[in-house]
Design a binder for this molecule. Sequence first.
Ligand code: SF4
Length: 213
Amino acid sequence: MSINITDIKQYVYCPRVVYYNYVEPVPRKVSFKMEYARSQHFELNQKEKRRTLKRYNLVEGKRFYGLSVSSEALNLSGKLDILIDTEAESGQRFYPVECKDTDGKIYKNIIYQLVAYAMCIEEMTNTPVKKGYIYIIPEQKAHLIHITDNQKLYVRKITSMIKKIIQEEYYPEPRSKKRCRDCEFQRYCNDCDLPSLEAIKENDKLLMKKLFG
Ligand code: SF4
């Protein structure tokens, strides 16, 4: 069974999300926030195809969109938003780019998702991938990410933990209870601190302000 690279991102957010995805699937509601993120993602790819890479501080090269990538060694697979082939004969040739509709902060779970893509590209092309980009859609800005050996080691550990959760039906501890407030699984985790009604309303207000000003 191949592990999807988005599971790496979810594991770093909270290992229990992986448990709910594979071991004990629960009904999931597609929130307005998720729908909005999906439409933004699609729009970016349509517009981005017509623009030069310089505009985004990206290296120049041939672009491949929505590329299926995999690693046999890690048993990982996924779909990469953009792969840039610089066609360089020396130095790094291939750059993975992951696009995100977030508030501009580069979250750790997104970095590890990018690291997993980089590891797949390394295996598929037999070339080193030590840098990649996270493109933040609202900012229209690409952030250069240096990919370290320690990060790659952590991705290996995560894939082992994900296999353990699935094969042994292991119910993991939460990463941080602070994340429960924004989590769609909070009604299934009976050991997390649920937010007050006031906190939920405040959160909704902030989201609406962010989306519509
Ligand atoms: S509600 Fe909390 S513990 Fe449960 S999956 Fe979400 S973040 Fe993890």
